[in-house]
Design a protein around this ligand. Structure first.
Ligand code: COA
Length: 373
């Protein structure tokens, strides 16, 4: 069996960013307008008034301070409360493919790889630009890669599932160089009028080049092992789909956007992921103390603190479990890859780390890597 490695990663960050203060001011203005519009119903006791969101709550409950977005103006406009991203013609590259291409180019440049040397492109994300043609095929064409391409969606776990899929192509010999990209416009599925979750997500694109060891550039990351897990849960859902396009009340209803039972997610996912990491380390004859760093999914700082504590048997330092969620928020599949991309330059040969994602499904994935010289 061939050995799969990570040759390089890429990151593209939208230039616009929204602070908690800006987001809360916009939500509160929307809530005040809503309360005026429904004043009679509120006075009759038919509906509850909307209460204000708070910057302090958001930072304490999640660790998020700001998030990058594709359209700041639409999100912050109390009359819109959503990104306004103009539709593009079929002759133009789609906006999500374009984001992925930026991140992919960076990964290819860092690996010294030409697009034509790539055998496969996997676009792994929690929301796709459209049903078909696959975004991955569009990205393949825009870059000039050869071989084949396809999209896959495992919500927040898409990137680790994508890495295992790419690594399996390498291990089996069906490809030597696989580009795995994660464009995420999470602001598109976020209900900015839901006080419980309006602060959670941000937009970004990441790329990971997974290759056969013999062709990888010096300093690559050897993939020691990958492990995936799914367990059905209704606690994180988005019911949007092609079968509800005909129901006007359906398309605009909150369940066609991201919804979650945040408390249950917290309670159920933390032990599931910590156990899975322990099992995966055990299978490879390793333990938490063998890890120089964990690049965990970036959904919630408190969740990450608990997971890393369970793995290490003590609280992890910021160096051992870095956070990017403060400035990126939850970027779904891309979160752990942003953390890996930004916080891996100081690794020495022989040091080991863990990329880990978790999210809707439930789904979770672990990728153990070792830095080489
Ligand atoms: N501003 C101010 N207060 C708010 C608020 C806001 N934006 N949103 C909720 N609150 C209030 C609630 O009304 C509640 O008040 P009450 O106690 O008087 O009823 C209180 O804060 C606690 O709300 P709750 O929703 O239980 O907060 P929480 O501590 O569970 O934190 C999450 C919420 C979403 C941050 C947290 O549950 C979480 O991170 N869960 C996991 C989410 C996750 O990772 N999902 C994966 C997505 S891929």
């Amino acid at each position: 069996m061939k050995t799969a490695v990570i040759s390089a990663t890429g990151l593209w960050t939208p230039p616009e960013s929204i602070s908690n203060e800006e987001l809360v001011a916009s939500y509160n203005a929307w809530a005040d307008n809503w309360n005026i519009a429904y004043a009679t119903d509120i006075a009759d006791g038919a509906v509850e008034p909307k209460t204000h969101s708070s910057v302090e709550f958001i930072e304490k409950a999640s660790g998020i301070k700001s998030r990058h977005v594709m359209d700041k103006e639409g999100v912050l406009d109390p009359g819109v409360m959503a990104p306004r991203i103009p539709e593009r013609s079929n002759e133009q590259i789609s906006v999500m493919a374009e984001m992925a291409v930026h991140a992919a180019r960076q990964a290819l440049e860092r690996a010294g790889r030409k697009p034509e040397d790539v055998d496969a492109v996997i676009c792994a994300a929690s929301n796709m630009q459209r049903a078909y043609p696959a975004m991955a095929v569009e990205i393949q064409a825009a870059l000039g890669c050869s071989g084949f391409a396809f999209d896959m969606n495992v919500a927040c776990s898409s990137a680790t599932f994508g890495i295992q899929t790419a690594a399996d192509f390498i291990r089996s010999g069906s490809a030597k160089s696989v580009l795995m990209v994660n464009p995420e416009i999470c602001s598109g599925h976020l209900n900015f009028t839901d006080r419980d979750s309006h602060f959670i997500f941000g937009d970004v694109a990441t790329a990971v080049l997974v290759e056969e060891e013999s062709i990888a550039p010096a300093g690559y990351w050897k993939i020691l092992g990958t492990k995936l897990k799914t367990e059905f849960s209704n606690n994180i859902r988005n019911n949007f789909g092609f079968l509800n396009r005909a129901a006007p009340e359906g398309v605009g209803s909150p369940d066609k956007l991201f919804v979650q039972e945040g408390r249950k997610v917290f309670r159920e996912v933390v032990p599931m992921v910590a156990t899975m990491i322990g099992e995966h380390l055990g299978e490879l004859g390793m333990s938490g103390t063998d890890l120089r760093r964990m690049w965990l999914h970036q959904a919630n700082a408190n969740m990450n603190r608990l997971i890393s504590s369970k793995v290490l048997g003590r609280e992890a330092t910021e160096d051992e479990s870095p956070t990017v969620l403060d400035t990126y928020a939850n970027t779904s599949s891309a979160g752990s890859i942003i953390a890996f991309h930004k916080h891996s330059g100081d690794f020495k040969a022989g040091e080991k780390g863990l990329i880990c994602s978790f999210g809707a499904g439930y789904s979770a994935g672990t990728v153990l890597v070792e830095k080489t010289a």
